[in-house]
Design a protein around this ligand. Structure first.
Ligand SMILES: Nc1ncnc2c1ncn2[C@@H]1O[C@H](COP(=O)(O)OP(=O)(O)OP(=O)(O)O)[C@@H](O)[C@H]1O
Length: 255
């Protein structure tokens, strides 16, 4: 899904939030005065305890919901969203699923076919164009969802725990894919995850959110060269620091 979020920004940031708060109708203050700037081409991971407002923040950036206060700007005014569930249309073939965003933009049929085939090659899927989603594995379905997300031609990708439902080996392979595609296409990625190691594996920067209300409490720059491996000692060490900070925050809440 491609959505327009806020006013187009012409400044150096790909995404900018200033003083963003979100109070839901029931009264929950999910986000409280969040400031965040993401540079073009940056891979930023949002981590935090359950309920700290990660998904709320992504939804606001996507324009799927409105902030109660503050402003949100997205460069190029388009961001494409990828969720934990691939959310493919079961009655459409794989290729047709990838073509949906192109069809919505009025891209002619022959060109759609060609683009969908190219995008399926990009996510390393071959010979599945005419299959239905239920014929594919979970990892393959998430690759199709990624191809469909790329079909929006947005420079900003919003990813809400896209690999959380996958087994460890499949997730590892998809980390490699998203990193390669991000670099090749010079994308800006805002990536929500519960998994601190995943954040260190992928992110240029990790933003730690505190809960009730959701606020940015710390950020970590990840300087290790790429590609990183989940089992690298440096990844483990930084994951340990981030996790410790996260636990401190959780303890602060229960005490
Ligand atoms: N539509 C809604 N109406 C009311 N409250 C909501 C709504 N969506 C989320 N909340 C509340 O806002 C807070 C933040 O929720 P959100 O889903 O953004 O957190 P999260 O960090 O993504 O959580 P998780 O990691 O468990 O997915 C929570 O207290 C949640 O119960």
């Amino acid at each position: 899904m491609t959505v327009t979020a806020g006013t187009t920004t012409t400044k150096a940031d790909a995404v900018r939030l200033r003083g963003v708060s979100k109070r839901y109708p029931g009264g929950t203050l999910a986000l409280d005065g969040v400031d965040l700037a993401v540079r073009p081409g940056e891979f930023v991971c949002l981590v935090g305890a359950s309920g700290c407002g990660k998904s709320t923040l992504l939804n606001l950036v996507a324009g799927l919901d409105a902030a109660t206060a503050g402003s949100i700007e997205v460069d190029g005014d388009r961001a494409a969203f990828m969720f934990q569930e691939p959310a493919l249309f079961p009655w459409l073939k794989v290729g047709q699923n990838v073509e949906v965003p192109l069809k919505l933009r009025g891209v002619p049929r022959a060109e759609r076919r060609e683009r969908a085939a190219e995008l399926l090659r990009t996510v390393r899927l071959k010979d599945v164009t005419d299959k239905r989603p239920h014929e594919l594995s979970g990892g393959m379905r998430q690759r199709v969802a990624l191809a469909r997300t790329l079909a929006h031609d947005a420079s900003v990708l919003l990813m809400d725990e896209p690999f959380a439902a996958l087994d460890a080996m499949t997730r590892d392979a998809l980390h490699d894919e998203i990193e390669r595609i991000w670099l090749e296409r010079n994308l800006t990625v805002l990536f929500v995850t519960h998994n601190v190691r995943e954040a260190v594996r992928l992110g240029d920067r990790i933003i730690l959110l505190a809960s009730r209300p959701g606020r940015v409490i710390e950020e970590f720059h990840v300087d290790q060269p790429r590609p990183r491996r989940l089992e690298d000692p440096e990844v483990a060490a930084l994951s340990g620091r981030v996790t410790e900070r996260l636990k401190e925050e959780v303890r602060r809440h229960v005490s």
